[in-house]
Design a protein around this ligand. Structure first.
Ligand SMILES: C[S@@+](CC[C@H](N)C(=O)[O-])C[C@H]1O[C@@H](n2cnc3c(N)ncnc32)[C@H](O)[C@@H]1O
Length: 257
């Protein structure tokens, strides 16, 4: 992994770089590493009436969303993630759920996946680091790889008005998308109470694993504790200062910049 990839990976997982080797252990009890697949499933079911031919999930983690799409709608797809342990888990879940033939998972940088060219009918992307650049640049790079009739599903958090969180505003998100030739089709915002409960559940699962690791590696115990605290702080930020949700975009017909 290059230095930049490591930096972006650490940001996307809210971890210090030194802790990255332990992250698969810390996250072993979670399948979905972002929000639950239910909201995006509702959004896609409401808006996409034909199975997209080429679905790609950039930073698919352990494949939770793609596996649900394959199981629920019979869609085929491909997921890439830079963490080999996550891809191994994605393949295992796909087998367990009986959808391994419909899905292809690969350890790969998302930028390299886009650079290989081709047109996708549906791209799934969580904006949680600058692995593809700042928001507008990331959207532009993805939009350039979406077929004219295709869609982009983005999960992200934006700052609630009046809050100075280190997050973009709703207007910045929508303006950035518009500027690169994307039109908002529909959205599914998450209930803050649900985000809080689900976030706390995740933190408790992580805390248990952090305690295990602190016994095995006492020299890193402060770092494990700091990781749990960082997850708690992230949870507070998402529940109190942000709106979290899924936005479905279509190509607007104008050329993506
Ligand atoms: C917050 S997690 C979300 C995972 C998944 N989308 C989900 O909802 O379960 C972000 C994911 O992006 C992956 N990631 C970070 N940088 C990446 C890169 N440069 N290329 C591919 N994947 C990357 C991480 O390994 C992680 O699995």
């Amino acid at each position: 992994m290059t230095n930049d990839q490591t930096k972006h990976l650490a940001a996307s997982l809210d971890a210090e770089e030194a802790l990255l080797p332990f992250v698969p252990h810390l996250l072993q009890d979670l399948w979905s590493l972002g929000f639950s697949p239910e909201a995006p499933l509702r959004l896609l079911e409401r808006n996409l009436h034909e199975a997209p031919q080429h679905v790609v999930d950039l930073g698919c983690g352990k494949g939770a969303l793609l596996i649900h799409l394959a199981k629920r709608f019979g869609w085929h797809g491909r997921g890439v993630d830079i963490v080999p342990e996550f891809i191994a888990e994605a393949r295992r879940y796909a087998n367990d759920w009986g959808v391994a033939d419909a899905l292809d998972f690969e350890v790969k940088d998302m930028g390299e996946e886009l650079a290989k060219g081709g047109e996708r009918n549906l791209v799934l992307f969580g904006f949680d680091s600058e692995a593809l650049g700042e928001l507008q640049e990331a959207l532009a790079r993805i939009a350039a790889c979406v077929a004219l009739s295709g869609h982009l599903l983005v999960d992200l958090a934006w700052a609630r008005s009046g809050h100075s969180a280190d997050l973009p505003s709703e207007a910045q998100v929508l303006d950035s998308a518009h500027a690169v030739g994307l039109r908002l089709v529909d959205r599914e915002m998450l209930d803050p109470a649900w985000v809080a409960t689900e976030g706390s559940r995740h933190v408790e699962l992580i805390r248990r694993r952090a305690k295990e690791l602190a016994i095995r590696y006492p020299e890193h115990s402060a770092a494990f504790e700091a990781y749990v605290m960082e997850q708690e702080a992230e949870n507070q930020l998402l529940t109190k200062e942000a709106h979290c949700g899924y936005l479905l975009f279509a190509r607007s017909g104008q050329k993506a910049r």
